[in-house]
Design a protein around this ligand. Structure first.
Ligand code: SF4
Length: 457
């Protein structure tokens, strides 16, 4: 859960990186950072907070140079502190290295140990730092070979935007868990997690960085390498369900249209007689549109969102989360009073947030509340960069649907089937990771997480 951005060569690189990060803010609200390179001089500004809090005009003007790398972060590995903000920068024997990383590695522990044995001193608890140490420990003189060797050591999920001296590099793991796209603006190349960042700066989308591809951008020259053995793709299906912005195309297809299809499929699988269909805004909105269209039940906004409150799902502490649920969505009595309501959720993680929301709908006069969820029950943790870390916290891994229905306090509850979810996708099902739903992990698990441990939770 991070957003990454890079641009080169452009005279307004820092400015455009800042705008790109604004567009990617939904991918991480904890910290924001930009690094630029001007000749041999590297400048960096990063801090805890939203892009709008971390950067102002003066700071952006001070970040000179035609090459910029940016990052917005939510901590899935490493604690939430200033040391762990990105881009991670280090001066090493290969030169200046700055890394913006999205995804989680699964072999962090063994690489950490291996590198420490070789004398590496770690400054942070981020797995992204491992990549910098690998580059520094590579025996290859050629930077491309050093990059290939370093990436060949990694397991798990990574989309990377990297500055290595005066070269901008983009890379995606061989299974392609996280998205990364390439665009062009005024002759400069742009790398971004999602196409919404290209749209905002007026860049033209060229293509996705392919799974297993590394691209090297030096001035206006782009070189692409695919040094790794082709393997089964494992695009994160949860990007389509919840995480990516609806106006983005990820994995080459539009998120908004996919969410509408999920909603229509859900209406077909679990119809219910009701007066209105309403979303839990904002991420449930598009599936709710699909549900309403397919079921011919009117769509209404039964809750109004306060846009000045951050996304609760990506707040790190439980105490804060409960408070924020209450202040974030205000039920609309005029739409709800006396009505039989179908509420569309994009997913249920812990169930506590849904429980509070349903209570507020009933207080606003809803006569019946039926919940439909546009993905199957989330039962397994994600090791590839989405924050539902332990089985214990996932309500569906410990309880059946009837229990969750009663806990949340709805009259009926149904989840989209795994098959229905996959059939709603714009790509064949073999392309996706669905491990959080079915426990079929596409990589070996991190040390300490055997299948048996997972089963026990
Ligand atoms: S486990 Fe789930 S959230 Fe994690 S990468 Fe796979 S589909 Fe995405």
């Amino acid at each position: 859960m991070c957003g990454i951005f890079g641009i080169y060569p452009h005279k307004d690189a820092a400015h455009l990186a800042c705008l790109g990060l604004y567009a990617l803010q939904h991918r991480g609200e904890e910290s924001s950072g930009i690094i630029t390179r001007n000749g041999k001089k590297v400048q960096i500004h990063k801090a805890l907070g939203l892009v709008s809090n971390v950067f102002d005009e003066k700071i952006i003007r001070s970040l000179r140079g035609e090459l910029a790398v940016g990052h917005v972060r939510y901590s899935t590995t490493g604690s939430s502190n200033i040391k762990n903000t990105q881009p991670f920068y280090v001066k090493s024997k290969v030169g200046d290295v700055a890394i913006a990383h999205n995804g989680n590695l699964t072999n962090t522990l063994s690489l950490h140990r291996e590198l420490e044995n070789k004398g590496a001193l770690f400054q942070t608890s981020m797995d992204s730092e491992i990549i910098a140490h690998l580059l520094a420990h590579s025996q290859n003189k050629d930077f491309k070979d050093a990059m290939i060797w370093s990436l060949s050591k990694l397991e798990g999920a990574y989309s990377l935007v990297l500055m290595l001296n005066d070269i901008l590099i983009g890379a995606r793991d061989a299974q392609g868990f996280r998205p990364l796209c390439l665009g062009k603006l005024d002759g400069a190349y742009v790398l971004a997690s999602e196409t919404c960042a290209l749209d905002l700066i007026g860049a033209q989308y060229i293509r996705d960085i392919q799974p297993g591809e590394i691209i090297f951008i030096k001035k206006d020259r782009l070189e692409s390498l695919k040094p790794f053995k082709e393997t089964r793709h494992a695009f994160c299906i949860f990007e389509y369900i919840y995480f990516a912005r609806p106006d983005s195309n990820i994995f080459e297809h539009n998120v908004y249209l996919t969410r509408k299809r999920l909603g229509a499929q859900l209406a077909g699988e679990f119809p219910v007689d009701a007066d209105i269909v309403m979303p839990i805004p904002d991420s449930g909105t598009y599936a709710a549109l699909g549900f309403a269209g397919a079921s011919e039940i009117p769509f209404e906004f039964g809750m109004i969102r306060n846009h000045y409150i951050g996304r609760t799902f990506i707040q790190p502490s439980q105490g804060l989360r409960d408070f924020r649920v209450k202040v974030k969505l205000n039920p609309l009595r005029q739409a709800l009073d006396g009505k039989r309501v179908i509420v569309i959720e994009d997913s249920i993680v812990r169930g506590t947030t849904s429980r509070i929301r349903i209570r507020t709908l009933r207080l606003a006069g809803a006569k019946e509340v039926h919940m439909r969820v546009s993905c199957p029950p989330l039962k397994f943790p994600c090791f590839y960069g989405i924050d539902f870390p332990t089985k214990k916290e996932l309500v569906a891994s410990r309880h059946d649907i009837a229990w969750i229905r009663d806990f949340i306090g709805v009259d009926s509850l149904e989840y989209l089937s795994l098959e229905g979810m996959l059939n709603s996708m714009p790509l064949a099902k073999e392309n996706f990771c669905t491990a959080c739903f079915d426990g079929r992990y596409p990589t070996s698990l991190p040390k300490g997480f055997s299948k048996e441990v997972l089963e026990k939770g």
